[in-house]
Design a protein. Structure first.
Length: 338
């Protein structure tokens, strides 16, 4: 793959989902096709790479299908249980506990299903529209944190664990001292936003459909997405080793703010090559936070905004200042502990 071909594919990879609605709607197929093209042009095909691309997505694909099917089966029971909890505790406390629980569970049930659960529960908190949108945006930051704790959480975590050759619990051990405070902070913030009485609004049953068929569709899409990114990561490995290493740790931390507008899973695929563990942790933390700032940055944002019809400007008014504040705090803490 020559420089022109590499640059052309990279431009399409990074900017086409933001600029072209058709690509955004078919992101998984687009990335899978780009991965095949990049590896083919680079002459990198081999049995080991093909096996890696075919097997790496299997655990998260199974998790998406199983969790999605279960969500569809027990949705009504979850709603009834949530209503009983609503009668037993104040809205601020219930909201904080809900966001924390969904954030932690996202590491097992996947970020996609966690986002569906988030919008479902937010609809039953009897929040006004503004408060509901703010709680969901903050909740997506929480899912971003929690889903990074295991390879089952989402494609970003799957690729990061693979690139760093970590065992199943490796991401948890690497990130939990940093992720847990952020998850608690987002939970408390959501509780503050939701304070007030339940009587101020009514239940909002969102149009979330998730059954075995939908879960299978999501699973196939996730498989194609991860497989494509595995191929892209292999194709751009030499370039990443050359150019990413030219950036200092601090520069890379702040450069990753671009993941607010560019899917941060893509940046993981491009960046995480031969990284030492401390630098990888800093880069991953910045991606987790920046990914929540705008809708395109993370899968839960896209799912939640689509279901609740949250506009990009509305999301940015909450997500950007909150993300910048957290980036500043985490940067200071990482330098202090460094």
């Amino acid at each position: 793959m020559n420089s022109f071909e590499a640059a052309a594919i990279l431009i399409v990879l990074l900017f086409a989902p933001v600029m072209l609605a058709a690509v955004e709607r078919n992101l998984e197929a687009c990335f899978f096709a780009l991965g095949i093209i990049a590896v083919t042009l680079g002459g990198l095909w081999g049995w080991q790479l093909a096996r890696h691309a075919a097997t790496e997505p299997i655990p998260i694909t199974i998790a998406v299908i199983v969790a999605g099917s279960l969500f569809g089966l027990i949705r009504e029971r979850l709603d009834r249980g949530f209503v009983r909890m609503r009668a037993a505790m104040p809205r601020s406390l219930l909201t904080a506990l809900t966001i924390f629980t969904i954030g932690i569970l996202s590491s097992v049930i996947t970020a996609i299903i966690a986002a569906l659960l988030l919008v479902e529960m937010a609809g039953l908190l009897r929040l006004g529209q503004d408060k509901r949108e703010h709680v969901v945006i903050v909740g997506c930051f929480a899912i971003g944190f929690g889903s990074a704790l295991t390879p089952l959480g989402g494609p970003r975590a799957t690729l990061a664990a693979s690139a760093l050759t970590l065992p199943f619990t490796g991401l948890f051990n690497l990130l939990i001292p940093y992720v847990l405070p952020g998850l608690v902070a987002m939970s408390l913030l959501s509780g503050v936003i939701a304070r007030g009485e339940y009587g101020g609004a009514v239940d909002v049953r969102v149009a979330v459909r998730e059954d075995t068929r939908q879960a299978l569709v999501h699973g196939v899409k996730v498989f194609a997405f991860v497989a494509g990114l595995v191929l892209i990561s292999e194709a751009y490995g030499p370039l990443a080793r050359r150019y990413v290493t030219m950036l200092g740790g601090d520069a890379l931390f702040w450069a990753n703010i671009t993941s607010a507008a560019l899917d941060n899973t893509t940046l993981v695929a491009l960046e995480f090559h031969d990284m030492d563990i401390d630098r990888a942790r800093e880069a991953l933390i910045s991606l987790l936070i920046a990914g929540g700032m705008l809708i395109p940055g993370n899968i839960p944002n896209i799912v939640s905004a689509g279901v609740l019809r949250i506009g990009s400007r509305v999301w940015a008014r909450t997500g950007v200042p909150l993300g910048l504040l957290m980036l500043g705090i985490y940067f200071a803490v990482l330098k202090l502990l460094g």
